[in-house]
Design a protein around this ligand. Structure first.
Ligand code: BGC
Length: 765
């Protein structure tokens, strides 16, 4: 990880820290300087300084009022600030007191905190961290793009990197250097309430997107430290509920859940946040196998490991593996935690120091963690800047960032179905909606900016409308803008609408005979345990609404705003078209309207498998025994929409696949695969070519398909073209019986849609 921007690097003096030159130098020289600097600071630190550095408190703890019930307007309580920063030498503060602040308000907070830090003897600046997960979420008025699931649906890693760079500009502009993003959990269970915070179900797609986002944050023009979270095994609890037990054998951990973390660490990620849950009966915060053996020894991670919210305490208060707080601290520190996101009491540093004095934790172990923490602070240039915010004059112009957020929203929108007949041209599908007729717009997510943005938007749950970005349109507002207000007849519904509301919508449809109804389905925002559900099925009233409109003879276009695939097969069957919009952010409304109108030819592809039935969720990389009885409803794999599915307004047929160098390959070869594509439509279109590998025989049951490569190609109307994808044969392996990654020689297939080519992989040719 190297995060420093040049100007910051060349400021050589702050407080007592003297640096000996600009730190851009040959890598080994720079590394030596860094080590030398960190060691020289560490030498001057007392035990109290060190345990303070390992402590992270929430902003609430230094503000006026009760934590989590602060007085408005939120403001610093100088006595509390002194106690935390000067007396307890707390090294890190996180998040906001419950809602977003303007950049200048942030500057006030950060300025006060860093000024207090200068009063401690060590003068070490505070490392401020925030959840800026789809833009600078806690900075009022900032540009908010799609949540990660939508970003993954773009399959456009370059765009995702640009989006992360743009987000970092506003995070830095707010005076904050550390972002708790990206989420690299692999989404394997749609019940899990943080499904939408992920890049979907494929370890490869999550890895690629994760690397793009880390690079965008850390290597862009405004570098910030990224956090890989939640390491690891968080996303597939048995019950589907947040922070409940997961049972994941080591082979699966390594096959599905570890690769994104490994890739992002390889890409230089600065920090890692630990999974709050338990895996195989062991809370991850107390598991040296995951935190030490794999993370440090195997992956060689040399950054900072931060706990998740209150998780050291939870080792005794929730998980019951420790008898008291002190035992919990010993466990977590032994396991490998460097910094405790405490975040709401002052006991942690006091008890940690006591434990060192009692000889229960070695001071050398503390030194190790403090080194990692100081290393991140050094890389971020905090010792040069004192952690003070940059001038507000340099705060980025909103207009310069909006384009990327809008583009990401556009590219994410995924048309899943387009079967109905067009009202004006019966030989055309229902989408894009053309003509000049009336459009009935309804549904509980149609007129809500919150529904477009999801959780972690201005507030934790993203539901308080008073903090919404001023001036951003809801879906129906953009529909009016794009189609003309006189064509849109809107009937608003709350989430809990009932039969009489449905009757009003149907009566309106019968009276007006619209060209079609556009029904905005889905969920309102949530995150963490607040989003736990008992049943994956979509809410009954939404089914009833769609069915009633269909029965009344109105063609229905469904637009789904939500972050997990809730099941609704019977309702889907009567929809004339279905558009998955995920949680597209503040610019999503216009993106949806532009797709519906045809101004934009959709290119999004599902980054997960949409189950047909609530209890029958499988993924694209399922095993063969999961679909042996194709004729049987119970055993066959028949999702509602498969991973990678998505339509455009021009049909692209895949007509050929061939291996450039023949059907023999040696281990280590990079395969070139030519795929022929034919755009049979009358519009230029962007096609995402998705290539799966199929291991024919292996010592661990192979997956039916594994994502091996993907590429985006623009195909002009009516054109046929051949594009080349590459697959590194070293990547065709799996975790073997000894839980070690291996590539076995033998027969393989490569598939794009229904085109398959076979080849033989040999040890050597
Ligand atoms: C979440 C993390 C988040 C942290 C700080 C936790 O509850 O699990 O994803 O980064 O809070 O807000």
């Amino acid at each position: 990880m190297r995060l420093l921007s040049l100007p910051a690097l060349c400021l050589l003096f702050l407080g007592q820290y003297t640096l000996t030159g600009c730190q851009i130098a040959a890598p080994e020289v720079a590394e030596d300087k860094r080590t030398h600097f960190v060691d020289s600071v560490l030498k001057t630190m007392s035990l109290e300084d060190k345990v303070g550095e390992m402590t992270q408190l929430t902003l609430d703890m230094v503000c006026v009022g009760k934590p989590f019930h602060l007085e408005e307007p939120n403001r610093i309580d100088t006595a509390k600030l002194r106690k935390a920063i000067v007396d307890l030498r707390v090294g890190s503060i996180l998040n906001c007191g419950g809602h977003a602040y303007t950049p200048s308000k942030w500057h006030g907070f950060i300025g006060a905190i860093q000024t207090a830090a200068q009063e401690k003897e060590s003068k070490i600046p505070v490392l401020y961290g925030i959840d800026a997960i789809h833009g600078a979420t806690y900075t009022a008025g900032s540009v908010l793009g799609p949540q990660q699931l939508g970003l993954a649906a773009t399959w456009d890693t370059a765009l995702v990197r640009k989006f992360a760079e743009a987000a970092a500009k506003e995070v830095v502009g707010s005076g904050i250097p550390w972002n708790f993003s990206p989420v690299l959990d692999v989404a394997r269970d749609p019940r899990w309430p943080r499904f939408w915070e992920t890049f979907g179900e494929s370890p490869k797609l999550v890895s690629d997107m994760g690397v793009a986002m880390v690079k965008g944050y850390q290597e862009g023009p405004s570098p910030i430290a990224a956090t890989l979270k939640h390491y690891m095994g968080y996303s597939r609890p048995l019950s589907g509920k947040d922070r409940t037990p997961a049972w994941i054998p080591e082979r699966q951990l390594r096959e599905y859940f570890l690769p994104p973390f490994a890739a992002a660490i390889e890409a230089g990620a600065a920090t890692v946040m630990v999974n709050s849950g338990e895996v195989n009966g062991i809370p991850v915060h107390s598991d040296p196998f995951i935190l030490q053996d794999i993370l440090r020894d195997e992956l060689g991670f040399e950054g900072l490991v931060v706990s998740d919210w209150e998780d050291i305490k939870y080792l005794y208060s929730r998980h019951k593996v420790a008898a008291d707080y002190k035992e919990a601290i010993v466990m977590a520190i032994d396991a490998g935690i460097d910094m405790s996101m405490v975040p709401g009491d002052y006991k942690f540093p006091v008890l940690l120091a006591e434990l060192v004095r009692e000889g229960r934790i070695a001071e050398s172990r503390i030194d190790q963690s403090v080194r990692y923490i100081l290393g991140v602070k050094y890389d971020l240039g905090l010792f040069q800047s004192g952690g003070l915010p940059p001038s507000l004059d340099g705060y980025p112009e909103k207009a310069s960032l909006e384009g990327t957020a809008f583009r990401a929203a556009l590219e994410s929108i995924t048309v899943l179905k387009n079967d109905g007949q067009h009202a004006v041209n019966p030989d055309q599908p229902i989408l894009p909606i053309g003509g000049t007729g009336q459009i009935l717009v309804t549904g509980p997510t149609a007129n809500s900016l919150n529904a477009l943005n999801g959780g972690w938007t201005r507030t934790w749950q993203g539901v308080k409308t008073q903090y919404n970005t001023e001036g951003r349109p809801t879906a129906v507002e953009s529909m009016r803008e794009v189609f003309g207000a006189d064509r849109i007849n809107f009937i608003g519904l709350e989430m809990d609408f009932g039969d009489s509301d449905i009757q009003s919508v149907v009566s309106a449809a019968q009276r007006q005979r619209p060209e079609c109804a556009v029904v905005f389905l889905g969920e309102m925002p949530y995150t963490e345990f607040i989003g736990n559900i008992e049943d994956l099925a979509l809410f009954g009233n939404q089914h009833d609404l769609v069915k009633a409109l269909h029965k009344a003879g109105t063609p229905v276009v469904g637009v789904y705003l939500g972050g997990r695939p809730r099941t609704f097969a019977e309702t889907d069957a009567v929809l004339d078209a279905l558009v998955m919009a995920y949680l597209p952010g503040d610019y999503g409304a216009r993106a949806i309207a532009d797709v519906l109108s045809g101004a934009f030819n959709p290119s999004g592809r599902l980054p997960f498998t949409w189950p047909r039935h609530a209890s029958a969720h499988l993924t694209h990389d399922r095993k063969h025994t999961e679909s042996i009885h194709e004729s049987s409803k119970t055993d066959a794999f028949h999702p509602l929409y498969p991973f990678g599915h998505g339509l455009s307004y021009s049909t692209v047929n895949t007509t050929g696949i061939a291996l450039v160098n023949g059907e023999q390959a040696a281990m280590g070869d990079v395969l070139s695969i030519e795929v022929t594509l034919e755009n049979t439509g009358d519009r230029s279109t962007m096609e995402t070519v998705i290539l799966y590998s199929q291991d024919r025989v292996a010592t661990i049951t192979p997956s039916v398909d594994k994502l091996a490569a993907y590429k985006q190609v623009v195909i002009p109307a009516g054109a046929t073209l051949t594009t080349t994808l590459t697959v590194d044969t070293d990547k065709l392996g799996f975790i073997n019986r000894n839980n070690v990654y291996t590539v076995e020689p033998g027969a393989f297939g490569l598939r794009v849609k229904d085109q398959v080519v076979e080849f033989e992989l040999t040890d050597s040719l």
